[in-house]
Design a protein around this ligand. Structure first.
Ligand code: ADP
Ligand code: MG
Length: 598
């Protein structure tokens, strides 16, 4: 690509360009800088951040650079080399076109530009603080451009306040980088946070290789390549990329990535088109993973409708919808690893598939349940049982009311289990029904909150297990390691999204710890409105919910007794951490009344 001369847009062109806030947070700066590097034809991008990008962000590229004579211009509003006339807005082929980003970024940070073109012998260094040039010199540097943005929002404290923790901001940056790496498999992206490599794409041109780096081996293996074929109705729209097998799904739709002409976009309708192609294949409330690349005639899509260019408008949205939906559907039916499926079959085929899946899902559950059963509930420590005997003896005769005055539970004798979900127990004042899942959630929650005194029992693994998480989830897990450790996971960070696991909570049984950590992190992603203590508490609840025995699990008498003992020992045994009841009580007098004995 050849550097075009840079000029200031005439006001009438500038006015046609939707203005807007470009810089919201460190990740939006990274996005703009990456787009500039890609527009400059770079094949090697190095992104460095410190302090979650709040302290420092740097993008270094090997693109065509900026001529000395034009270096000043790049920071001027509406200065761009990518377009001259309003007509050209109709067929944008570059990621940038408004000439706004560098102006906006330099206005709210301390920015340093170092750049050189192939043709010029020396490069230029320009330093700006809040749009003012404060330093300029000739500098020896390889061809390409480096932009360093330090102390973002130093002069706009109100905006600084809105930023999240360093880990959260770093996670958003990582997401932007990995998505662009997927869109540009020929470009090598290296991402360093706090001086450590946290992501690197191969830059080999092989999208599957990049996928492996972005999603981690476990998930990447379950991604199907979209079969590229011409859609009869929309022959000019090409859809390619990857979608997850029905066995791989997530708790929210944020794993559906869409690119139009290699630009990362958001589009509710197209996201829905992907989800709809999975109709009946996924359990309720679960969503597929997808990276969908739509390539089409640039005159058929308007990229100039959104301040950060995150949304586009299609001239014929329904055609694009259809093309995406068909491509995903075709891929699922042709490749999903379940035998005997007809492509694009009628309702009966679909029912057939749904029925088969149901069987598979149930088989999976039964296996889980069996595995968990093999692991007993956590054993009570001897010291505790002695205490319990004592407290049992000292329990006063409870008053004959259906709701005892205190929250404490009396000693309960297990009678049996019904529906593999509830325990029936007898207490001094009548009958109790206990929801086994809710009760276990409560028990785990109090152990976790109480922390050291009653730690959650853990089981050492025979060999440490390496867990690979995609960079986005890895950041979240790393941020919350202490809580995971308290929960019985002996886990340490290994760098580049890898963790070493030496022990797991005993209640986990034979469940896959990688899957569990992924699920926990995903649910955290959804709650990124929470901060500090609230976030920690949410994490604890998520872990408890996930570790607690499920409905559907048959418990032996020993296990029933153990569960009741531990529930009795809780400070707030009557509700689960989410506030639902764990126990229902029917008093002896209620029973008598109901049976007409009084
Ligand atoms: P836009 O990308 O919309 O043109 P920007 O403010 O992002 O606006 O950039 C202004 C101009 O600076 C670009 O048009 C381009 O000429 C030049 N520029 C910015 N970053 C780079 C880079 N990494 N390599 C080469 N030129 C760049
Ligand atoms: Mg730009």
């Amino acid at each position: 690509m050849i550097a075009m001369t840079i000029h200031v847009l005439s006001p009438d062109v500038a006015d046609k360009i939707a203005a807007g806030e470009v810089v919201e947070r460190p990740a939006s700066v990274v996005k703009e800088l990456i787009e500039n590097s890609l527009d400059a034809g770079a094949t090697d991008l190095r992104i460095e951040i410190r302090g979650g990008g709040k302290r420092l962000l740097r993008v270094i590229d090997n693109g065509h650079g900026i001529p000395v004579a034009e270096a000043d211009l790049v920071f001027r509003r509406h200065a761009t080399s990518k377009l001259q006339t309003a007509d050209e807005l109709e067929r944008i082929s570059t990621l940038g076109f408004r000439g706004e980003a560098l102006a906006a970024i330099s206005a709210v940070s301390k920015t340093t530009l170092v750049t050189r073109t192939e043709e010029e012998p020396v490069g230029t260094e320009l330093r700006l603080e809040g749009s003012e040039v404060v330093g300029r010199r000739a500098i020896g540097t390889p061809p390409g451009t480096s932009l360093t943005v330090e102390h973002l929002f130093w002069n706009t404290p109100a905006r600084l306040k809105f930023l999240r923790t360093e880990a959260t901001e770093a996670g958003r940056i990582s997401k932007i980088i990995t998505r662009y790496a997927l869109a540009y498999p020929h470009v090598r992206f290296s991402y360093l946070s706090e001086g450590r490599i946290s992501f690197q794409s191969p830059g080999s041109g092989d999208r599957r290789e990049t996928l492996l780096k972005v999603y981690g081996p476990e998930s990447a293996r379950q991604m199907l390549a979209i079969e590229v074929s011409q859609d009869p109705v929309a022959p000019d729209i090409s859809v390619s990329g990857f979608v997850s097998e029905p066995s791989l799904h997530r708790a929210n739709r944020s794993y559906i990535e869409l690119f139009v002409n290699k630009r990362l976009i958001q589009d509710r309708n197209l996201t829905f088109a992907v989800i709809q192609a999975y109709h009946t294949l996924l359990p309720g409330g679960r969503f597929p993973l997808a990276a969908i690349f739509i390539d089409m005639d640039p005159t058929q899509v308007d990229v100039n409708v959104h301040p950060t260019k995150a949304e586009v408008r299609f001239r014929e949205a329904s055609l694009v919808f259809r093309a995406v939906q068909r491509a995903v559907h075709r891929t699922l039916y042709a490749q999903a690893p379940i035998a005997g499926l007809q492509p694009e079959g009628g309702a009966s085929d679909r029912e057939d598939w749904a029925a088969r899946r149901q069987v598979l899902v149930q088989a999976g559950r039964a296996e889980d349940a069996a595995a968990q059963l093999a692991m007993n509930l956590e054993r009570q420590e001897p010291g505790n049982s002695v205490q319990l005997v004592g407290s049992e003896a000292s329990v006063p005769a409870a008053p004959p009311v259906s709701r005892p005055a205190t929250d404490a539970l009396p000693p309960l004798r297990p009678v049996g289990q019904i529906a593999a979900a509830y325990l029936i127990a007898e207490g001094p004042t009548g009958l109790y029904l206990i929801d086994q899942h809710a009760a276990h959630e409560r028990i785990l929650y109090e152990k976790l909150v109480a922390g050291r005194e009653h730690p959650i029992a853990k089981q050492q693994l025979l060999e440490p297990l390496t867990i690979e998480l995609g960079s986005r989830l890895a950041g979240l897990v790393a941020e919350h390691l202490p809580i995971l450790q308290q929960s019985g996971f002996e886990i340490e960070s290994f760098g580049s999204g890898s963790f070493l696991l030496r022990a797991v909570p005993s209640v986990l049984g034979r469940q896959d710890p990688q899957r569990l950590l992924e699920e926990v992190a995903e649910q955290l992603v959804e709650r990124d409105d929470l901060v500090g203590k609230a976030m920690e508490d949410e994490l604890v609840k998520i872990i408890c919910k996930r570790l607690a025995i499920k409905a559907g699990q048959v418990l032996s008498v020993v296990e029933q007794r153990e569960l009741l003992r531990q529930l009795e020992a809780c400070d707030n045994p009557r509700t689960c951490p989410h506030g639902r009841p764990t126990t229902l009580h029917m008093s002896a007098s209620q029973l008598e009344r109901q049976f007409g004995r009084t």
